[in-house]
Ligand binder design. Structure first.
Ligand SMILES: NC(=O)c1ccc[n+]([C@@H]2O[C@H](COP(=O)([O-])OP(=O)(O)OC[C@H]3O[C@@H](n4cnc5c(N)ncnc54)[C@H](OP(=O)(O)O)[C@@H]3O)[C@@H](O)[C@H]2O)c1
Ligand SMILES: Nc1nc(=O)c2c([nH]1)NC[C@@H]1CN(c3ccc(C(=O)N[C@@H](CCC(=O)O)C(=O)O)cc3)CN21
Length: 296
């Protein structure tokens, strides 16, 4: 009997396709609007997952034709300094999307900063207004990583209705909005976290398993139901014995791929999809602004 191998959900390929389409949309709107779309990213200190994000994002922005207004602050930046920067970007007509890289150093209050971003420039979908719209099922800017997961599942025509979905992780950035989007798609959703008991018995019930924990390869084969769809959101930097480093997910890919039906790789899975959704949110705010100008 041939060993079964899961089908790879190729986030990188889909992200490239989406970016191509966004580039076409930007080119067709640019003369009418008279400027390029703009995305501003505020990063404080150095976090390896954030650094990978910034790298990929800047490359993708250049490809699509989005102007980058990034600013990298030292780890001791103050709350007031960042608030001031956000207020200036809210008023800046060249900027359609604003994103504050998370996590922030402990002395900063991320929740309060997310309140400061103008909701229609909230490219990350993390402002309370946009999270509220998600809870209520209203249209609005959606959080990029869970939106990227949903788009990838849709591309491969994975049926979600009535399926048991387990989300591991309950952050505002990933776990919570992910659970809400799966619920909106008619899954039966369980959210597990660091205080959940008997994780293995929870995850082995999952038809759709989403790992968003930040623990290298913690999802082992015994935790996965045969035939499951396994989505690995984790981006962890692992240092090899020779001192070089690589990115790894939250899932033990080599073991789990022998029993799952579908699996996302790291790199090449949800990371590029997150970037694609961020650019899509930015372009959609850009087009909305243009429509407003047209109406005046
Ligand atoms: N691919 C992408 O585009 C993308 C985007 C965003 C984040 N990420 C990556 O995804 C991972 C998660 O990100 P995040 O921002 O959600 O992280 P986070 O804010 O640190 O949240 C991690 C979640 O995992 C839970 N958790 C931690 N250890 C656990 C354990 N041993 N068993 C069960 N649950 C556990 C935590 O539980 P408690 O709530 O109880 O603490 C928390 O809810 C990170 O690796 C991050 O770099 C990737
Ligand atoms: N506000 C905010 N929103 C986010 O979505 C976000 C943060 N902060 N902070 C960091 C995490 C991590 N995120 C990431 C991390 C990596 C990629 C990414 O493109 N990864 C590529 C590999 C890049 C490389 O090799 O350097 C991949 O293929 O996974 C995307 C988003 C998004 N994240």
């Amino acid at each position: 009997m041939d060993a079964k191998i899961a089908q790879i959900l190729d986030g990188k390929a889909l992200a490239t396709k989406i970016q191509g389409e966004l580039g076409d949309r930007v080119r067709s709107m640019q003369t009418q609007i008279g400027r390029l779309p703009g995305l501003a990213v505020l990063m404080v200190g150095d976090n390896p997952a954030s650094a990978a994000y910034v790298r990929n994002k800047e490359r993708a922005c250049a490809k699509v034709g989005i102007a980058s207004f990034g600013k990298h602050y030292p780890a001791n930046a103050t709350q007031a300094e960042l608030e001031l920067a956000i207020h200036a970007l809210n008023e800046d007509d060249r900027v359609d999307g604003i994103l504050v890289q998370l996590p922030l150093p402990d002395h900063l209050d991320a929740i309060s900063l997310l309140y400061q971003i103008a909701p229609d420039k909230d490219a990350d979908g993390l402002h309370p207004i946009n999270l509220g719209r998600l809870v209520r099922g209203e249209p609005g800017l959606r959080s990029c990583t869970p939106a990227g997961v949903m788009r990838l599942l849709q591309e491969y025509r994975i049926d979600l209705k009535g399926k048991n979905a387990v989300v591991l992780g309950r952050s505002i950035l990933v776990g919570k909005p992910m659970a809400l989007m799966l619920l909106e798609a008619d899954c039966t959703v369980t959210v597990a976290h660091s205080r959940s008991q008997n994780l293995e018995s929870i995850t082995s019930q999952a038809d759709i398993l989403i790992a968003a924990v930040g623990r290298t390869e913690m999802i082992t084969a015994n935790m996965v139901k045969p035939g499951a769809v396994v989505i690995d959101v984790g981006i962890n930097r692992v240092v090899n014995l020779d001192g070089t480093s690589r990115l790894a997910g939250d899932v033990d890919f080599d073991a789990v791929k022998t029993l799952a039906d579908f699996i996302t790789p790291v790199p090449g899975g949800i990371g590029p999809m997150t970037v694609a959704m961020l650019l899509e949110n930015t372009v959609s705010s850009y087009i909305k602004t243009a429509e407003k100008i047209g109406k005046n």
